[in-house]
Design a protein around this ligand. Structure first.
Ligand code: DX5
Ligand code: ZN
Length: 229
């Protein structure tokens, strides 16, 4: 399995000082920036778009930016995110009328691609496109909000996807998103995930002595992950 990556969801950051928050969480040891895009149509919430992604790049963020599109439709906005500096672009199959085309579009724009599965979305969408995904993201909550509880059935689904990835022989990341925290990350890794999105668990746990420092919580997650290996 590939190296564990910790992906803070900036949904839980202080948006009034987003650049600083992203700098601090990366300096505290996070690996990639998880960027939640919501449209108040596919999901009942509204967040940030390509301008904010571009602003983070201009601010000097060089870490990979993992754009999670919770929007419908997806094709119109994909090139904009590629231009804005996205590294990964993932979308929900329900958000595209032509999944294969959207995956190709992401690759043609020079980004890594991925499909996202809601808790009740079947994995059958992967059947004909395993050769076109670089990441598979399993939602462990219903999308739209941070701070929800991890849905335990995700563990079995993770094991299933891990088998599919291993059987494919391809280098595909297995990401999990929603309710990930220090107390469950080890079990989630044990079920096969290698990329861990965490919003409230990370940004809600700044050190009291230094509200800009997230290193203890990231270290606690890494310690738990090390026990799973
Ligand atoms: C939910 C988002 C998540 C969210 C996770 O729709 O996709 O990335 O920010 O937040 P926590 O870690 O608080 O569950
Ligand atoms: Zn997300």
């Amino acid at each position: 399995m590939s190296k564990n990556l910790i992906a803070p969801s900036i949904l839980a950051a202080d948006f009034a000082r987003l650049g600083e928050e992203v700098d601090n969480i990366l300096a505290s040891g996070a690996d990639i920036v998880h960027f939640d895009v919501m449209d108040n149509h596919y999901v009942p919430n509204l967040t940030i778009g390509p301008l904010v992604c571009e602003a983070l790049r201009k601010h000097g963020v060089t870490a990979p930016i993992d754009v999670h599109l919770m929007v419908k439709p997806v094709d119109r906005i994909i090139p904009d995110f590629a231009q804005a500096g996205a590294s990964y672009i993932t979308f929900h199959p329900e958000g595209s009328e032509h999944i294969d085309r959207s995956l190709q579009l992401i690759h043609n724009e020079g980004c890594k691609s991925g499909l996202v599965f809601n808790p009740a979305t079947p994995l059958s969408y992967l059947e004909y496109v395993m050769d076109k995904v670089d990441m598979i993201l399993l939602m462990s909550v219903n999308p739209g909000f941070g701070g929800q509880s991890f849905i335990p059935a995700t563990l079995d689904k993770l094991r299933q996807v891990r088998r599919m990835i291993d059987a494919s022989g391809r280098d595909i990341r297995l990401e999990v998103d929603g309710g990930v925290k220090v107390t469950n990350i080890r079990e989630i890794r044990g079920a096969g995930a290698d990329t861990f999105v965490a919003g409230s668990a990370l940004f809600g746990a700044a050190k009291e002595s230094d509200p800009n420092c997230y290193d203890s919580i990231i270290q606690a997650m890494r310690d738990e992950l090390a026990k799973a290996d």
